[in-house]
Design a binder for this molecule. Structure first.
Ligand SMILES: [Zn+2]
Length: 71
C-alpha cells in the first residue's frame, strides 16, 4: 500500500474537481481529518484522511527544496 505524505501548504490535485471547476486544493491542517481549501473559489472543507487520500491524484509540495541539488 502506498503512503501519501501530505504537509501543510502542499497543493493537492484531486481526481474529482470541485463544483467550481478547480481540482487544486491546498492543505491547511493535517490530522486524522484533513482540512483543505479550494484554490479556485477559496472554500474550505474537512475530509477524513483515508477518504481524501483516495481522491488525490498527486501532491505538489509548495516549497521546492533547492539546496544541495547543483547542476
Ligand atoms: Zn472550488
Amino acid at each position: 500500500m502506498k503512503i501519501i505524505k501530505i504537509c501543510v501548504d502542499d497543493l493537492l490535485e484531486l481526481k474529482k474537481p470541485h463544483p467550481c471547476g478547480s481540482k487544486i486544493f491546498r492543505a491547511l491542517r493535517i490530522g486524522s481529518e484533513i482540512r483543505v481549501v479550494c484554490e479556485g473559489c477559496g472554500r474550505d472543507m474537512v475530509l477524513p484522511r483515508p477518504k481524501l487520500e483516495k481522491t488525490i491524484r498527486r501532491v505538489m509540495p509548495r516549497s521546492i527544496p533547492s539546496d544541495g541539488d547543483k547542476p
